[in-house]
Design a protein around this ligand. Structure first.
Ligand SMILES: Cc1ncc(COP(=O)(O)O)c(C=O)c1O
Length: 476
């Protein structure tokens, strides 16, 4: 079928030859990708020299062959590192959940702009917020979908800043220094948020952690007292709902006690870990999360939907209106109610919640809980196998689904260099994708299980691959 507008002279962008054939090609390529994600592949594919050359060509002036362009696009994607693969264990992946992909494709097709009221999409967006809050057991279903943990954390911090230092959005800090409290393991996005919020990264008190790697509530109380004595206003305490490095969850209820006593905003950065609050293993760790002033959660991490889909939820939605509300002649408050742009940083923004909504609607919450619990089990299995292996050293017992460990060998004197080199060898080998990390000044290997596809056998396989290549590196 030909696009009807192809007949319109002077509208070349409408002239998409055989739109249906392209759609079918895209569909079959997506189906092939999904199939290829089901099982690990022995090694990653690479692009050939001809495609590499085409990727250096200048901007085309004339139309190209659509089928060829689509094939180049999918070949490039197939040769790119995808966290959807079952043995992608680096960083905190997402999994390209198929229902999420369909939601993303549909949302992109209609290209609804959630900056302003968007009719029916508003109702679905609201339901997706409510479902997310209900899923994690947070009693306040107000907030916004954002592009990621960075923006969710920043959104919460700006709201906290405006509460602690009213008028800061208009006048800046105006000689009123503020401080933010978190463990030294908090994600870098907290520092960046403090920078962007005008507080400065030096205002972030990155407090020492206990032997269990968790924030020490007494240390938070002491730091707040010291700052108050120095005339510095406490803005917010950020509790980790799963650190990036080790998956550690701070003692949220105890930190909430401190925050309530001091009347300081509590934000839980659950970008990675908050979905675990829904599981039998994770729930005890998240006790007290319902008392937070705000929480963030990345659905594009442990809920598997394609990037970008994050959620920031707040106890008091007026805090967002106060921090972000505005009136412009092109953005009227017609019936006295807020516009979506009055509650977040972004103006034009996609219909992000659709993919999560579709995934919840099709799979149901129970399937997510089962998946998350299973991946926590994978981390425990990996840790047990590392414990049992004489050539692996477990560095931190996992609380959630992340394991930090390293390869050891009597023949190696510099274990740090050996493990950094080993991480590279493992990546080059291609059967397993993991990343090196630095744990208290020691080089380690880090795996994170968030993918519903990964099986227990594949966890054991990953351990075997690390040991095989580790022995090879030690010998060579
Ligand atoms: C704990 C934590 N917070 C925030 C972020 C930032 O999230 P995003 O990359 O979605 O902006 C991450 C990313 O890994 C994270 O692990």
């Amino acid at each position: 079928m030909t696009d009807a507008r192809s007949e319109v002279p002077g509208v070349p962008l409408g002239a998409l030859p055989d739109r249906q054939a392209l759609l079918e090609l895209a569909t079959s390529e997506i189906a092939a990708a999904w199939e290829s994600f089901d099982l690990p592949r022995p090694r990653e594919s690479v692009i050939d020299d001809m495609l590499a050359t085409r990727l250096t060509e200048p901007l085309p002036e004339e139309p190209g062959d659509p089928q060829e362009a689509m094939r180049d696009a999918t070949t490039v994607l197939d040769a790119s590192t995808s966290p959807a693969r079952p043995l992608y264990l680096a960083y905190i992946g997402s999994t390209g959940l198929a229902t999420g992909t369909l939601g993303a494709a549909l949302a992109a097709t209609y290209d609804v702009n959630m900056a302003t009221h968007a009719a029916a999409a508003d109702f679905l967006d609201g339901q997706a917020l409510r479902w997310t809050a209900e899923f994690i057991g947070y009693p306040h279903a107000d907030g916004a979908f954002t592009s990621g943990g960075q923006i969710s954390n920043l959104t919460a911090l700006v709201a906290a800043r405006e509460r602690a230092l009213p008028g800061a959005r208009e006048h800046g800090l105006a000689g009123r220094p503020g401080a933010v409290y978190c463990s030294r393991e908090a994600h870098q996005s907290i520092l960046r948020a403090a920078e962007i919020a005008g507080l400065g990264s030096a205002s972030v008190r990155r407090l020492p952690i206990g032997a269990d790697r968790r924030l020490v509530p007494d240390a938070v109380a002491e730091a707040i007292a010291a700052d108050r004595a120095a005339g510095i206003t406490p803005i917010a305490v950020i509790a980790n709902g799963g650190t990036t490095l080790t998956g550690t969850v701070d003692p949220i209820a105890d930190v909430a006690d401190v925050c309530e006593g001091e009347d300081v905003w509590l934000h839980v950065d659950g970008a990675y870990g908050l979905p675990a609050a829904t599981t039998p293993s994770g729930a005890p760790l998240f006790r007290g999360v319902e008392r937070a002033d705000s929480v963030s959660l990345d659905a594009h991490k442990w809920l598997g939907v394609p990037k970008a889909c994050s959620v920031v939820l707040v106890r008091d939605v007026s805090s967002l209106d106060i921090a972000f509300g505005h009136r412009e002649s092109y953005m009227l408050h017609s019936d006295g109610s807020h516009n979506p742009v009055d509650r977040t940083l972004e103006y034009s923004r996609p219909f992000r919640s659709l993919k999560l909504w579709l995934a919840f609607r099709i799979h149901g919450a129970a399937a997510f809980r089962t998946w998350i619990e299973r991946t926590i089990g994978h981390a425990r299995l990996f840790a047990r196998l590392a414990d049992e292996a004489p050539d692996l050293e477990l560095l931190v017992r996992p609380q959630l689904s992340t394991v930090c460990f390293r390869h050891v060998d009597d023949r190696i004197s510099d274990i740090d260099t050996h493990n950094v080199r080993l991480a590279r060898m493992i990546q080059d080998d291609g059967r397993v994708f993991l990343a090196p990390a630095d744990l208290d000044g020691r080089a380690c290997l880090r795996v994170c299980f968030v993918n519903f596809r990964t099986t227990a056998d594949e966890v054991a396989f990953a351990v075997d691959v690390v040991r095989e290549l580790g022995a090879h590196a030690a010998a060579g």
